[in-house]
Each structure stands twice: as structure tokens, then as C-alpha cells.
Write a protein that binds this ligand. Structure first.
Ligand code: GDP
Length: 477
């Protein structure tokens, strides 16, 4: 049997003492027929629990030098063998949670892992809450909050691009930018704090002009980050897309043409609260989530299901609107109404049925007359122009390859909201500098701006916010 005595002091290396001292356990892999399934333990008792349950095939006792090596044996409950496993021991603090960890590689499927899990529960481990392993990694100071969020984003990524962006965030891409902003903000704050504490005629003693310049430069950087963030969010969450147009212009034909070109149609299974049933497909790494495909596919009452009012309502909800008109016909009142109402919403106008003789309205549209946005000539039936449409879609979100790199930045709403708030407080501080408000007012604005930045990486964060973030995680992560 294993001799865990070498690990008695493992908890001493923890960077912060804010984590519950209990040992948690969960099944960390999906429970479906598969080669292996992993049960993970983390906490001060991880080694001793595993030690009691694991019998090495060689009969050789576990020694500290075995850590991070897979050992072969059985998980045994009393006299009976629950499963044949490979077991790995990892000592704090250089582990996922920064605590002692044991991972038991069982056979996959539901039963083996559940038997092993329930044995550890009976032995005194506690069932991990959703995201608790990652939460511990955060509370123990191994990763910051933006990195913790990235873990969940990697798991839930539905496209290569979304996963790439999340991996970049996990390796600290976002944190580095935020920390850079924080440092510069501290520099501004230091002037104000110094004047408050050590100067006589406070406001006069501030180097106001250089400070205003610094503040403007910082606001610019924040704005740049925010515009990239919107693309980041769309990459991460998918782009809510609606196809609008009068009956019979070719909406469902276009949908089919797009789906045919990319067979990766996904109908999400509503396994968690985050996923709703919807259809989506990928274009150049972007995921287009189609709103109301039912409305498009319903054929019996098209006027009702895709009337102009309904189109306008759907446009409100969408990140991206594809407007289709029938190129073989003159524009009708409804077409014009939709084209007028589209306004500044992100959209593409598609003149369909270009395999037929085009109406003069359609020809004008294609020449760029009478519309505000990009117009493409397509035939949903022959597939003409569909490839160009896909390129145009990608160009809406990225300006060339460089644009894709910029999209590595912030991606979730929580982070974006905080950065916006921080920018607004800083703008208010800038106005204060310009008109000469009291030092205290300036101090409050700059402090607010700093606190919001700090909350992005979780440097200062309320317990209930933390709970909200981790409650969306999967169990075992
Ligand atoms: P929806 O009501 O807007 O979804 O329109 P549909 O996709 O059902 O198309 C209506 C009719 O137009 C069908 O008979 C299609 O075959 C036809 N159609 C759609 N796209 C094209 C096209 O590009 N060229 C031609 N010639 N016919 C098309």
C-alpha cells in the first residue's frame, strides 16, 4: 500500500489560505461510452483517500518519487475490485488546483467512474460543486479570474476560432493587457494621492496637462480593446443571425445552400441552461446561430410567419441580418421597408435568383444604388455567389488576418461591462481634470476606474459575483 507520510505537509505550500480545507471529488470526464473516464480528487486528504482505495499491481508501496507517474493497479472496496485503473498523484502546489491532486483513470462509460466516485464519497470526500476545481485554482492564486473563465470557454468552444481565443486568454493574453492598463491607471492615481496627502494647494500642484494626455491615451487603448472585444464575444458566443425577406425570395433555399456548403450544421442539445435549441453553422471559423429557422422553414403560412413586422422584430434581436430580395422582380413595398429599416445594423443585402433575368431595381441595387450596405448577387439555386457571400461574412468581422489576431482580446460580457465602466469613470476623471474639480472627486473616479479593471482579473471581487461565475461551470472542472 501507499505510504502517504511524505505528503503530510503538502498543504503548507498554498499561496493563500482562503480555500475550504476539505477534499473534493468529481468525475471530470463526460459520462458516455469511452476508453477512459477520470475521477479527480483535490485537497489535503486526496493522497490518503487514494492510498486506502488503490492497490498497486506490483504490490510496491507508493513513494514520493512516484508523483506525476501513472501507476497501474485496482480500486478496491473492501474485498471487491471496482475497476482496473491507472492512478496519478500530483503534489501541491504545482497542480491544477494548487492542492494535492489524485486522478484515477478508470474505464469509460458511466458505471466504473460512478462506483469509484461513490467509494471516495463514502470515505469522506465531498462532491465538488460545478467549477470548484478551477475556483480553487483561482482562490489559491494559480490563475486569475479571466484565466479561470477561459477554462470554461475552452470546454464550451464550438469552433476552432473560439477555442483559440480562449486558449490565448488562458495563457494570460487578456490578463496581460488588463494589467498594463491597471499600471498606467495607477500612475495617474499616484499623482492624485500624492497631492491629497502631501501638497498644500492641491489641484494646482497636479501636472494637469500631462495627466490629461495620459488619460486620453488610456481611454483610447480601452476603446480599442472594447471594439476588439465585441468581435471576441461574437466569436465566443456565435453570431445571432437572421435571414429576412418577403415570402418566396429564397430564404430557405439560401439556408440550404449555406448548409450544403458547410455540412457542420449543429443542433445543440439543451444539456445545460446555457444552450438553447438552435441551428448553427460555421463560416470561416465563425459560428452563425440562426434565429427563427422555424419561421423560414414553415411553408404553410409564409406571409404570416415572415411578414415585415416579424422581420423587423427579428432584426432587433440579431447581431447580423441577411436581407434577401428577389432579383427577378421589381422591389416591392415590403422590400423597401426592410431596406430602409435596416439602418446601422450589421447586415448584408443579397440579391437572389441572379440566374434569372434581373429587374432594373435589382440591377441598381447590385450597382450600389438605393442601399446603405454591402450588396451581393447570388443564386441560392445554382450556388453562384455563395462562396463570395461567405468571404463577405468573414470580412464583416475581421479585416484580414491581422483582425483575427486582434480578436484574441476580452470576450465575455462580464469583462466587457467592467472595462466599459472603467473607461467611463476614467472619462469622468478626464473631464474633472479639464474643468478643475476637487481632488477628492478626481480620486473617486480614478479609484472606481481601477476597481473595475481589477475585478476583470478578480483581484478584488465579491463572493456572490464569484459564485455566479462558477455556477455555470461543469462539474468536475
Ligand atoms: P422563401 O419563402 O423565402 O424561403 O423562399 P424559398 O427558398 O422557398 O424559394 C421560393 C421559390 O424560389 C422556390 O421555388 C425556389 O426554388 C425558388 N428559388 C430560390 N432561390 C432561387 C434562385 O436562386 N434562382 C431561382 N431561379 N429560383 C430560386
Amino acid at each position: 500500500m501507499i505510504n502517504p507520510s511524505g505528503y503530510e505537509k503538502s498543504g503548507d505550500n498554498r499561496p493563500m489560505g482562503t480555500v475550504d480545507a476539505d477534499t473534493i471529488v468529481a468525475i471530470s470526464t463526460a459520462q458516455a461510452p469511452a476508453g477512459i473516464g477520470i475521477v479527480r480528487l483535490s485537497g489535503p486528504e486526496a493522497f490518503s483517500l487514494a492510498d486506502r482505495a488503490f492497490q498497486a499491481y506490483s504490490g510496491r508501496a507508493f513513494s514520493p518519487s512516484d508523483q506525476r507517474k501513472l501507476r497501474y493497479g485496482h480500486i478496491v472496496d473492501g474485498g471487491s475490485v471496482l475497476d482496473e485503473v491507472l492512478c496519478v498523484y500530483m503534489k501541491a502546489p504545482h497542480t491544477y488546483t494548487a492542492e494535492d491532486i489524485v486522478e484515477v483513470n478508470c474505464h469509460g462509460g458511466r458505471v466504473s467512474v460512478q462506483k469509484v466516485l461513490s467509494l471516495f464519497l463514502r470515505m469522506g470526500a465531498r462532491m465538488a460543486e460545478p467549477g470548484e476545481f478551477t475556483r480553487r485554482a483561482f482562490l489559491n492564486g494559480r490563475i486569475d479570474l479571466a484565466q479561470a473563465e477561459a477554462v470554461e470557454d475552452i470546454i464550451r468552444a464550438k469552433t476552432g476560432l473560439a477555442q483559440e481565443s480562449a486558449v490565448h486568454q488562458l495563457t494570460g493574453g487578456v490578463s496581460k493587457k488588463i494589467n498594463g492598463l491597471k499600471e498606467d491607471l495607477l500612475h495617474l492615481l499616484a499623482h492624485v494621492e500624492y497631492a491629497i496627502n502631501f501638497m498644500e494647494d492641491a489641484m494646482e500642484d497636479l501636472p494637469r496637462e500631462p495627466m490629461e494626455e495620459e488619460a486620453r491615451a488610456l481611454i483610447n487603448r480601452m476603446n480599442q480593446a472594447l471594439s476588439g472585444a465585441e468581435t471576441g464575444r461574437l466569436i465566443r458566443e456565435g453570431i445571432k443571425t437572421v435571414i429576412v425577406g418577403r415570402p418566396n425570395v429564397g430564404k430557405s433555399s439560401l439556408l440550404n445552400a449555406l448548409l450544403e456548403d458547410d455540412r457542420a450544421i449543429v443542433t445543440d442539445i439543451p444539456g445545460t441552461t446555457r444552450d438553447a435549441i438552435e441551428e448553427s453553422f460555421q463560416v470561416e471559423g465563425l459560428r452563425l446561430r440562426l434565429i427563427d429557422t422555424a419561421g423560414i422553414r414553415e411553408t404553410d403560412d409564409l406571409v404570416e410567419s415572415m411578414g415585415v413586422d416579424r422581420s423587423l422584430a427579428l432584426m432587433e434581436e440579431a447581431d447580423l441580418v441577411l436581407v434577401i430580395v428577389d432579383g427577378s422582380q421589381a422591389l416591392q413595398k415590403e422590400d423597401r421597408e426592410i431596406l430602409e429599416k435596416i439602418g446601422s445594423r450589421l447586415h448584408l443585402i443579397l440579391v437572389n435568383k441572379v440566374d434569372l433575368a434581373l429587374s432594373s431595381d435589382a440591377q441598381d441595387l447590385i450597382k450600389g444604388e438605393g442601399s446603405s450596405g454591402p450588396v451581393l448577387a447570388i443564386s441560392a439555386m445554382t450556388g453562384q455567389g455563395v462562396a463570395e457571400l461567405e468571404t463577405a461574412l468573414s470580412d464583416l468581422f475581421f479585416e484580414g488576418e491581422d483582425g483575427r489576431e486582434g480578436a484574441d482580446f476580452l470576450s465575455n460580457i462580464r469583462q466587457i461591462d467592467l472595462l466599459e465602466k472603467s473607461r467611463d469613470s476614467l472619462s469622468s476623471a478626464l473631464r474633472g481634470l479639464e474643468i478643475g474639480v476637487s481632488l477628492d472627486a478626481l480620486d473617486v473616479d480614478l479609484q472606481d476606474a481601477y476597481q473595475d479593471l481589477a475585478a476583470i482579473t478578480g483581484e478584488s471581487i465579491e463572493e456572490d459575483v464569484l459564485n455566479k461565475i462558477f455556477q455555470d461551470f461543469c462539474v468536475g472542472k
